[in-house]
Write a protein that binds this ligand. Structure first.
Ligand SMILES: Nc1nc2c(ncn2[C@@H]2O[C@H](COP(=O)(O)OP(=O)(O)OP(=O)(O)O)[C@@H](O)[C@H]2O)c(=O)[nH]1
Ligand SMILES: [Mg+2]
Length: 442
């Protein structure tokens, strides 16, 4: 079989192959570990998976994205936008105060993120906090929130200017900017409930997003800033409602776009990722999303290496004429709690073992023995690890090994005939299966 034909086969059957596999064991195991071996609500997790994958096509099986997040370091806090002489990617984490920005940042990082400050009082993050992710050579920026915060109005206004200046400045480098716009899932759920009560509520402008969110959304759209929506705190919802939540969110966005009477082509169907910093839902997907966006722009990354680090002394003053408008907002009606951020790990740390030993387990949680016996399905334990290139691919079952190999082929790393053969085998198998299916249909 020629290489070209093989490539086509890969393209045609990749989706087919991967769709037919059970793909959440790796993740579930890690959440399980991250929860100190307490049983996670696996139904909920798999529902989040389905949504995240369906909505964004993000591959959550492999741990490539996760492995890029091993090393982070705090760079600096800025109360004015630094004029960047670098051309690194920046991931801007933005949303209302208290929406869970810092918590998300903290859970995206692997390893203890003691330098990220989280609080149930809105207004905790007051500066642009830059973190460097060394392996991806990018900055993650935890921003102050807009909307309501328990601080003097003048301070809040200062943040709004800071946020606006940030985007204004970064837009010059828009191909290096990834904006994660965070929304509290409860807000969208409330809107979904209102629509369920009376469908006419869908067009009621007093229902839906808070004024500050609407204004920020308009700001994103008017300035053509690409964004990905991250719904936070999904642990606060029953998973049964998530489908309605996504639908209602789309209704909300369309409604606002109609309001804006945009003539330009705008993205009405942004990625929407469901997440919970408390439970670790959606975190591998966010990591994969960031990693794949950044690594697919290798030419940009190479260019990056020519630029120096951020200089702390260089600031750009904002344009005073644009400082009038701020993102206004009312107080949130939701109660917050202090959460423990689990470390969402993709690759089990004990690489040579299939299961944690008794000692490891009892160090973490005394209840493990009984809980795990009752509630951990056999399949959640990692069975085998293989090493591909320099990337530890994590837990592999017999089946999803093929997916990893497909990935391997796509990445054109260390191809060997043996792996080719295996992949060819599965492609052939799939063709046979398809034929068999269509024959039985007839
Ligand atoms: N249940 C739950 N609570 C969360 C989650 N993420 C954050 N919180 C809580 O929400 C509150 C606000 O979290 P932060 O991460 O400080 O929010 P922020 O958006 O950074 O807030 P500011 O810095 O004030 O703008 C805290 O009490 C967190 O414990 C989550 O996924 N689930
Ligand atoms: Mg914060």
């Amino acid at each position: 079989m020629s290489n070209l034909m093989m490539k086509e086969m890969v393209a045609n059957f990749k989706t087919c192959v991967s769709n037919s596999l059970t793909r959440n064991e790796d993740y579930e195991w890690n959440v399980f570990k991250a929860n100190n071996y307490k049983t996670p609500d696996s139904d909920f997790i798999s529902k989040c998976f389905q949504f995240n994958e369906f909505l964004n096509g993000i591959d959550r099986t492999n741990s490539i994205g996760n492995n890029y997040f091993l090393d982070h370091s705090f760079v600096a806090s800025y109360d004015k936008v630094p004029t960047t002489s670098h051309k690194k990617f920046e991931i801007a984490i933005i949303g209302r105060s208290n929406v869970g920005k810092s918590s998300l940042v903290s859970s995206i990082f692997k390893g203890k993120a003691t330098d990220v400050k989280i609080s149930k009082t809105p207004g905790r993050t007051q500066t642009l906090n830059y973190f460097l992710l060394k392996r991806l050579n990018l900055y993650l920026v935890d921003m102050p929130g807009y909307g309501f915060a328990k601080v003097p109005k003048s301070l809040l206004r200062g943040w709004h200017v800071l946020i606006r200046d940030y985007f204004k400045h970064r837009m010059n480098y828009d191909k290096y900017l990834i904006t994660l716009w965070l929304l509290d899932v409860r807000r969208i759920k409330d809107f979904a409930d209102a629509i369920a009560k009376n469908p006419e509520n869908a067009t009621n402008p007093t229902l839906g997003l808070k004024k500050s969110d609407v204004e920020f959304f308009h700001y994103l759209v008017k300035n053509e800033i690409p964004y990905t929506i991250v719904l936070t705190k999904v642990d606060k919802q029953n998973y049964n409602v998530l489908g309605e939540v996504i639908k209602s969110l789309r209704i909300l966005l369309l409604r606002e776009l109609k309001e804006l009477k945009m003539t330009k082509t705008v993205n009405i169907s942004p990625n929407i990722i469901l997440s919970s910093a408390k439970r670790g839902h959606g975190i591998p997907e966010i990591r994969n999303f960031i990693a794949s966006t950044v690594t697919s722009s290798l030419d940009l990354l190479e260019e990056n290496s020519k630029f120096s680090e951020i200089s702390v002394n260089e600031f750009e003053e904002g344009d005073d004429t644009e400082r009038g408008a701020i993102f206004g907002g009312e107080e949130d009606e939701y109660e917050e709690e202090e959460i423990e951020i689990p470390q969402v790990i993709a690759t089990p740390e004990k690489k040579s073992k299939d299961k944690p030993t008794k000692e490891e387990v009892s160090n973490d949680d005394d209840e493990f023995e009984t809980e795990s016996k009752q509630a951990t399905p056999k399949s959640t334990a990692p069975k085998k690890h293989i090493k591909i290139s320099t990337i530890q691919m994590g837990t592999l079952t017999k089946q999803n090994k093929y997916v990893q190999r497909t990935k391997h082929l796509d990445d054109k790393v260390n191809r060997s005939d043996k792996q080719y053969k295996s992949y060819e085998d599965i492609v052939k198998y799939k063709i046979r299966e398809e034929r068999r299916k269509s024959a039985t249909k007839k």
